[in-house]
Design a protein around this ligand. Structure first.
Ligand code: URA
Length: 434
């Protein structure tokens, strides 16, 4: 078999066999197939797509490229959660300790930022010392001891995805349904949880721009999960405006902590309760959505979710005193107001553009080797549907470089539409696939 023939076959629009997909994944993981040939195949897949069988074969080839963690020594039904990626999506930071505080083991594998979207690991590194470099036995011990453990794609879990993910990020091949489905599901299957709750984002800040595309992605992932015996639920949620108000690592961590203190933004709270309820139901700890939701709300009110976050941060080497005193989180040197240039209603926030503005301020990576600045980003002061008067503050820029503030300000103003009336209401939760 030759990689060249596989590239040409997909370029010409034909279905790849399981053997061809395995040949590509094995060779690429071992470093025998170079990045330039892998990039060519990714672009051919991007344009000519893969069918359901090819996507499932690609997923399993990536699972088998490394180790599969055995979590059977952790008691109970272990649940994992994953988002397809969004702007301001800090849900995992408040959701996972909250669900763990209800007594459900959360064994989660997270990623770093990709494209214009942020990543949970980058955000959690806002806690001094926090590490996701857990060995398999630390991962299992933490899950058993405190009911929550979070790892990066360390060791040898789906190494093919790790290499492909970095390559897709710099070759314009992220937003393809089969590549996203296989990337997410290979990691989720290899990291061993019994149940997986997927947050499939839709809107201009998501990789899937329309509800139809998001539903197709959710169906594809749910079917892959079920085919290997994992309970899988896909919640399709809005990414046509940033989630909550904060965009940028430490800024988002603060917002997630605020939620656990009972002061979270409405949309972040609603999404956390929805995803959390499905996690609880998958773990057989509640019979109805209402029962699950009230368990979560109770643990926000009584502070158990917040306590679990502290335990979790401490168990992974981080400074948990930042949870009580968020003023110790990384802080930018300059905070600049952005004021509305006219009056009206905010009808649209160009979400992908906001992800990119935050990235340019330093919150995300422009190349796979860039360093990120944990302190910087944007905090919105108004969201879609809110009235503003000319001169009202609509956002704050947090920056460590005075020279990039003016450009960010202009871009923010260009990417918020203010007009007379909103033409359509957008739901926070579109659909649930299970
Ligand atoms: N998240 C992933 O893990 N992979 C993708 O391809 C997109 C989002």
């Amino acid at each position: 078999m030759r990689m060249y023939d596989i590239i040409v076959k997909k370029r010409n629009g034909f279905e790849l066999s399981k053997e061809e997909i395995n040949f590509f994944i094995e060779g690429f993981t071992k470093g025998e197939i170079p990045d330039y040939q892998a990039s060519a195949l990714l672009m051919a897949i991007f344009f000519n797509k893969m069918n359901t069988k090819e996507t499932a074969d690609l997923t399993m080839a990536m699972v088998n490229s490394g180790d599969v963690i055995d979590l059977s020594s952790i008691e109970g039904i272990k649940v994992d959660k994953h988002s397809t990626g969004g702007v301001g999506d800090k849900t995992s930071i408040c959701l996972t300790p909250l669900v763990a505080s209800v007594g459900i083991p959360v064994s989660k594998m997270s990623g770093r930022g990709l494209g214009h979207t942020g990543g949970t690991i980058d955000k959690l590194e806002s806690f001094n010392g926090f590490s996701v470099e857990l060995t398999e036995s630390e991962f299992i011990n933490n899950s058993n001891k405190i009911g929550i453990a979070l790892t990066g794609q360390t060791g040898n879990i789906a190494p093919a995805d790790k290499k492909l993910y970095a390559l897709r990020d710099v070759t314009g091949t992220v937003d393809n349904m089969s590549l996203i489905a296989s990337s997410i599901m290979s990691k989720k299957i290899a990291s061993g949880a019994d149940a997986i709750v997927l947050d499939v984002k839709v809107g201009d800040g998501a990789f899937m721009k329309t509800p139809e595309e998001a539903k197709a992605l959710a169906n594809e992932m749910v079917n892959i999960g079920k085919s290997v015996g994992r309970k899988t639920v896909g919640v399709i949620s809005d990414m046509d405006q940033p989630l909550g108000y904060a965009i940028g690592n430490a800024l988002e961590v603060k917002e997630a902590i605020d939620l656990l203190k009972g002061n979270g933004p409405k949309d972040l709270l609603e999404l956390t309760l929805t995803l959390g309820s499905y996690m609880i139901i998958c773990a057989n700890k509640a019979e109805s959505f209402e029962e699950a939701r009230s368990l979560l709300l109770e643990n926000i009110e009584n502070g158990k979710g917040l306590e679990k976050l502290k335990e979790f941060v401490e168990a992974q080497g981080g400074d948990s005193s930042l949870v009580d005193d968020t003023s110790k989180l990384p802080k930018a040197n300059y905070i600049e107001e952005v004021k509305a240039d006219k009056s009206g209603i905010i009808t649209k926030i160009n979400t992908e553009a906001f992800g990119l503005i935050a990235m340019e301020l330093g919150a995300g990576r422009e190349t796979k080797d860039s360093n990120i600045d944990l302190a910087v980003g944007i905090v919105l002061n108004k969201k879609r549907g809110e009235k503003v008067k000319s001169g009202d503050i609509i956002a704050y820029i947090h920056s460590n470089d005075k020279s990039n503030i003016e450009k960010a300000k202009n871009k923010i103003l260009c990417n918020i539409n203010i007009s007379d009336k909103i033409d359509k209401e957008i739901p926070l939760i579109y659909d649930v696939v299970q």
